[in-house]
Design a protein around this ligand. Sequence first.
Ligand code: ADP
Ligand code: MG
Length: 177
Amino acid sequence: KTGWIEVVCGSMFSGKTEELIRRLNRARIAKQKVAIFKPSIDTRYHQANIVSHNASSISSTPIQNSIEILHLAGDCDVVGIDEAQFFDEKIVEIANQLANEGKRVIVAGLDMDFQGNPFGPMPKLMAIAEYITKVHAVCMVCGDVANYSYRKTAIKEQVMLGETDSYEARCRKCFHL
Ligand code: ADP
Ligand code: MG
């Protein structure tokens, strides 16, 4: 049995979590064993569940280090990982190892930070993935297709958890306004 890696990327509000949940639910319908992880720093909606902005949700295991994925994935067929941009670089090797063991690895995460720079391990995950899906949000200024996460506050740290209060999806033109 051969495994592979799928990446679902895009800006905030682009539907990454929705798409991840959709794929994981379908894997369960196919009677596959699914293990789902998210970084424990992301507790915006729920301590454990992965929750999308349109309120679909699936239970997950919050973890601190990507190495825990290896320890907890066990004999599952499919591994789902949300908010992968927040994980350490080791996640790249771990995704490879899981896929080499025959697992389907589905990784969702922000491809860019609020400054438009590649975010954490996402570029490397995209490089090693068999399949990449880039999903898009709607620009909150003009309604075009949005690929940027625009931060509405002056805070400059790369990681700042927030929602529609502090971020909005924007297209290339409106991101640079
Ligand atoms: P992500 O995980 O990429 O942040 P989610 O899957 O959690 O996205 O949420 C996607 C949902 O967010 C959409 O189905 C829609 O209901 C809602 N939404 C809110 N703002 C926007 C926006 N600007 N563009 C598209 N969808 C939006
Ligand atoms: Mg999400």
